[in-house]
Design a protein around this ligand. Sequence first.
Ligand SMILES: Nc1ncnc2c1ncn2[C@@H]1O[C@H](COP(=O)(O)OP(=O)(O)O)[C@@H](O)[C@H]1O
Ligand SMILES: [Mg+2]
Length: 351
Amino acid sequence: MQVGPFAKESRVFVKIGETRERNYQSGFMYDCMRQLKMPNVKTYVVAVIWDETQWKKHSEANVTPKTNTWSNSMLVKMRAKALKYVKMNLHMSMQVCELFKGIRIGWVKELHPKIIIEILQNPIKRNTFGKTLFEMIFFAVYAGVIDSGPFNSMLNSDGQVLLVDINIGDESAMLVYNTKGLYRASKKFDEKHISAVISYVNTHFAEAADFLARLKESACKNPYLLLDSMCPFFNDDNVELLRSGQKTSPYFKFLTASLLFNPCGKGASPPSFEATRAVFTIPMLLLCSGTSRDNIDYPGPPLTSKVPVVPRKVMCIVHLKAKTHDRITLRNQGGKELGDHTKHFLAFSAI
Ligand SMILES: Nc1ncnc2c1ncn2[C@@H]1O[C@H](COP(=O)(O)OP(=O)(O)O)[C@@H](O)[C@H]1O
Ligand SMILES: [Mg+2]
């Protein structure tokens, strides 16, 4: 039988037991991923009656040592759930998904070590892996996807990463997620996998920025996502900084540090961009002809001292807690602008 876009007898992946609302929401997220040219699968939702005998037969045929305990406990849960639907005189919902030929990322090292070694050693596949994992991580943050870790992502032999089991965080989940930075799942990604993401960002920063800009235009933003100093990744200025590839800028360093901060377990939260900015602040090299009565004007915290007494046209170093795109000017006591030093700061922070 033809089911939605799936031809008769085609192999599919199905999920029974989640609410219809969740199934549709997950399908919508795959539509967004398709528009963003991320790996995605076609989905379709149908109403079904759960048949225990069929379910057991299928489960027994597909059980592996890794899923043995899971399938027994799931059978008990499904039985209870199906009974509730019968009482309500309602059908259960089933999501039919295109079959993705791949393996759970969290298991690949143990179950298919050759596949991941080959991906990490082949420059093209490694780049595809870094790119699609980068996109998956940022998509999951922007959409507020729950538990988007290595157990809910799959990898195929070309290095493409697919996000699966898409559930969107509600208000109470997002209250917690908004403090978590880039990783919000209970399982940790392998360091070698994250290294591939960082290599991708370092070599394809403009493409990565382009993806974030397109993501911001898509309809998948979680309404409860807080775009503050814990999550500065979608700020226009920061997307532009990424695009320009200024690797020594405070933001680029923060982005790399955030990708490396890959905690496992509950409670861990990364430091905010605000908290790390001081660490990344670069002393500003000013080529100025000011006097001790002149002031440096910029949007950061006030300087403890004014411009040191400098002879004309001599370099002096002033420490500023400036952001890379801040406008930095020198003014005399009366407020008259003596010179725009923004370019000097940008040049210095890019060294
Ligand atoms: N479209 C798909 N094609 C092939 N395998 C899939 C697909 N979606 C999920 N899987 C695999 O099935 C596993 C369980 O699916 P998931 O949606 O995560 O269920 P659960 O809610 O039980 O965690 C995933 O980790 C993944 O390995
Ligand atoms: Mg899952």
